[in-house]
Design a protein. Structure first.
Length: 170
């Protein structure tokens, strides 16, 4: 039997019932081993799919990071508003304390402690927001580099830093 060409395809299942088929046909020249060619095609397809999977993961993590960043910004806006209201409340309580209202003295002390804690939280929130901003920048750079490589038929992920996103509580 003389084999003239080798065809190798692989069907990959993605999320949400999406499939992706990658395949190649190679001509077998005289003296070449068809099994060896099939093996090379297999690993070529696997390398391509690995690169595409990393691209998809980077895109998902970038989407997640952007949403998280926006939620963190909203939390900071809410906390700033709460700090502003607490400051006004403290000023009103200070006026009541000056008038000699006993209850106002205790409320003033508690509000002052709460105000201090909110300011400390705000500092931490802003630091955390910066971490997410840096993560978005790194993910965007990784996505751009992978996109360029895929478009140029280069399926190597060598020298590409791919940061992992992580959730920090605050």
């Amino acid at each position: 039997m003389k084999i003239k060409e080798v065809r190798f395809e692989k069907l990959f299942s993605n999320e949400k019932y999406n499939n992706e088929r990658i395949g190649f046909v190679a001509e077998v020249e005289q003296g070449q081993d068809p099994d060896q060619i099939a093996g090379q095609l297999f690993f070529k397809i696997v390398n391509i799919e690995d690169c595409l999977q990393v691209y998809r993961r980077v895109q998902q993590e970038l989407d997640h990071a952007v949403v998280t960043f926006e939620m963190k910004k909203e939390s900071i806006r809410d906390l700033k508003e709460q700090i502003h209201k607490t400051k006004i409340n403290i000023e009103e309580l200070a006026t009541q304390v000056e008038k000699g209202e006993v209850d106002a003295r205790l409320q003033h002390a508690c509000a002052g402690q709460s105000y201090k804690q909110m300011q400390e939280n705000l500092v931490q929130y802003v630091k955390n927001l910066q971490i997410w901003d840096n993560t978005i920048i790194k993910l965007s750079k990784a996505k751009t580099r992978i996109t360029e490589r895929i478009k140029n038929g280069i399926f190597s992920l060598e020298d590409i830093e791919i940061p992992r996103t992580y959730e920090r509580d605050y």
